[in-house]
Design a protein around this ligand. Sequence first.
Ligand SMILES: [Fe+2]
Length: 368
Amino acid sequence: MWQFHNPVKIYFGNGKLEEITSILQGRCYAIVTYDHSYFDELASQIKAEAKGCAVVLNQVYENPDIADLAEICAAFEPYESQVEVLIALGGGSVIDTAKALAVAGSHPKIVQDILYHKQPIESALSIIAIPTTTGTGSEVTSWATLWDKERGTKYSLSSLKLYPEAALCDPDLTQALPQSITIQTGLDALSHAMESIWNKNRNPISLQFAKSAIELILQTLPALVNDLQNRELREKMMLGSLQAGLAFSNTKTSIAHNISYGITLDKNIPHGIACSFTLPMILRSFAESEGAVAQDLRRVFGADLVEASKKLGAWISELGVQIQPQDYGYDQREWESLVTEALSGERGQNFLGDSNVLQQLFQKQMKK
Ligand SMILES: [Fe+2]
């Protein structure tokens, strides 16, 4: 038996920011966004469109750390009793920070108790997510990634209560994304889709979303990076990212992501790069398999997965992203211990492939 659940109401279309009024239905809201003039402008557009904005909270940092929450919680405190819904306007770091704020309110310790002491999540404010990148998927998932750089680890704040009530996906909001962020977030989306296939939580619906996402992203991203203002390509990329998000909203991620967290912490490599440069080798690890995952991968990537792995590697390289662990400063010993640890972690255990084959392939890759 399998089940698929995703309660997020999705609004999708160019120039659809004005839909916010009907989604809000007169509720008092706070906007969570980046401290940046582009986002100040977007927040002003929302405020002009919909009455009831109590405050704009821009105390958001890349790869949000648990320690960062105190600042935004304090800024939220004077408005806490009146705000009924949070609008998360931005990329993954904004949406994840909004999810943490939705749980914490003005008390960041609530999040610490949940993450450090496994306390249950009692309640969370409603969230309307307005993604401005095409990669995170957080607009349709029920968790937030929070980092603890002091302890050198990454946590996942996870509860069905954290599904946003709505995702307003307007591809026009991604028009201004620079090439580097377009590549990083696009690769993150590709990783979400692929990770949902070699995943023990996979089901027929997540598979359909994943296949469609992979095809769209492979086709669209290289063209988009050379034509950043192209509305049609931006729309396709947002759809690909959304489908990838829907796929992994029900499976969570797997080994590529679990390897990536150590890379981001150790080497400060952006998430989308860290979670995607291993994809060709993980794909290669299914080449000798006749199992269901390998068959599904063949339906997307072609019958010969060795060839497909080479092609995917070349596709990533052409985006200017290196695909060897050595390129990120790892020697064989360091890399092996990172992969071994990642395979034993929660996300690593989602991996529905042969860990030994994967380890051997990585060993061979490191010896080259
Ligand atoms: Fe990711």
